[in-house]
Design a binder for this molecule. Sequence first.
Ligand code: HEM
Ligand code: HEM
Length: 213
Amino acid sequence: MQIKVWDGATRLFHWALVIAFIFSVYSAFQDKYGIYAEIHTYAGVSVLALVAWRILWGIVGSDTSRFSHFVKGPNAIRAYLRGEGWDGVGHNPLGALSVVLMLVLLLAQAGMGLFASDGMFFDGPFARDAGSWSGDLTRWHRWTGYSLMGLAGLHVLAVLWYAGLKKIQMILPIITGSKQFSKAVAAPRLRSPILALGLALGVAFAAWYFILA
Ligand code: HEM
Ligand code: HEM
């Protein structure tokens, strides 16, 4: 049977995040003045807004996107590693850890960027407010940036490993939303896209008003 496991908003979030992340990383390694500084700022603030939206959606959104549904303790993770206790709907208990880690680091990374400065041409919008902290935040911004690149690489390898060696298809569901099951499973409750859009407009307005305007 075919079941809708990911709502459209979560899928759109994922692929928008991938694009904004690639632009953030690409522009980070160009000479960051003029157009590349603009790209780094807009792509980075987009990451911040996307993750802020995802956190709200993790509280009020669809079952498979909710933290309370997919974040599990060590017992559930051990059971999953023994091949028990996960019905295949949504994130598995181990993958959930890397999802939370990525979201926390992405939020920290884009947040610290706002206070970072290269000391020459390119300042985050609040670098002056950070005073003597700006130097430390810039260093952490750099190191968290490198860590996130590694983590994103591992994430993609893990997804390919599941597809290739374990024959568990994850990529098609995060594109189409639907997944094929050989036995009966309960379909998750998916929340209204209008609610997702309302939250997205609120977050986009806040990002523009408080950061970019
Ligand atoms: C082409 C590259 C990528 C592919 C094929 C891919 C694939 C996937 C898949 C299949 C899932 C769902 C996993 C599951 O079923 O449990 C997922 C989730 C996720 N991915 Fe990626 N991913 C890619 C790049 C990235 C990048 C660059 C980032 C960020 C740095 C990222 C961050 C995330 C996050 C945060 C989730 C959790 C989604 C949610 O619950 O909202 N991904 N990805
Ligand atoms: C997730 C989003 C982001 C990623 C992945 C990222 C990544 C990076 C990386 C890897 C560097 C260091 C490049 C190098 O070693 O030369 C860097 C530098 C910098 N970023 Fe970001 N960044 C992000 C968001 C932001 C945001 C929102 C701002 C604020 C406008 C920002 C402002 C800066 C500044 C001012 C620097 C220069 C600091 C230096 O001298 O290294 N970044 N970023």
